[in-house]
Design a protein. Sequence first.
Length: 401
Amino acid sequence: MRLDGSGCHLTYCSNIHPGESWSEVRDNLARHLPAVRDQVAPGRAFGIGLRLSARAAEELAQPDTLAEFQSFLAQGNFYVFTINGFPYGAFHATPVKEQVYLPDWRDTQRLDYSNLLADLLARLLPQQEGMTGSVSTVPGAFKVNASDAASVQRIVEHLLQHTAHLVRLKRETGSHISLALEPEPCCLLETVEETVRFFTGHLFSQTAVARLAQLCSMEAALAQQALHEHLGICLDLCHAAVEFEDPQDCLKQLADAGIGIFKMQVTSGLRIERFSAAMGAELRRYDDPVYLHQVVQCGPHGLLRHTDLSAALQAATDGSADGQEWRVHFHVPVFLEALGIFQSTQPFVRALLQTHRRRAISSHLEVETYTWDVLPAHLRDVDVDAAIARELQWVLGELAG
């Protein structure tokens, strides 16, 4: 939905609803969108944060299928302004863990998939003044898969080829689509500092400008402008809080580097103020076999990272983590600050929303609690539509002050 008095839009990501084929996605939208919209914004146009697997995207690209979906949007007063292009394949009910990043930006499959998502969004995006589209994507690659210069160079080349595709798409359709890389713990782009270093050293470098100018047959000044307009980040607030980022400093670093925040995912993670063996036993309820739950510990020697919750818990059996603060990449409902004996990273979310109220951080805001099916039972004892609506209402309340 468009937020009053601004050019910003708020929605939730449809990846909370399991479905890999287009027919499954389409059925989920028909079932859940009206129920959520009627609780949050009755009678108003309601935006969709669409998640499409590669399979669903290819099926939606068929002319008759796309025309039917456009009719569904028009009849229901819905619109699409952002797509989650992070998970390429299956995302629910089967272990994905670090496979969720594959194929990553080393692979032409990721490039082709992202080009297709941009093409679809250009067809779906409302033709209104100032309306832009965003596609969020993996942060390059899982860190261990991009540890050599050749891998990084492939990632950069594919991102530049995609940027060229976005430039041509805007020329042909008038639709402005941006790619938003989503920094995440244990990935090539993990911290804001690493993200700034990657953009300034690679994507915004003079070499990148020259390469894009060559790909698009354009002047260097226009290529430089296009890189800043079409390549930026998706700032996931859970990820940033897990990394112990400072709310204001991370925004300043990105702004100083000229990196656009094309999407802000309003998400909250787990926080354990002082770890203990008893808390470790309770924390195992969050150690599910489906998703990767990276852990960052803050101890006397700085930050210590674990690629998954199970590894962190195993390492803590010797008592070395007792008394340390833990933050866990496990998306929990944003309206909850207390989670039994744990807390959430909601204060970080509040701080960024307060800033957004004064000065827009991003024009695209998206709630993304995709872990609904693996949350402990006591946290999902309500209807999923009611939970989504409550998250959106909480965000609206924070933005209203």
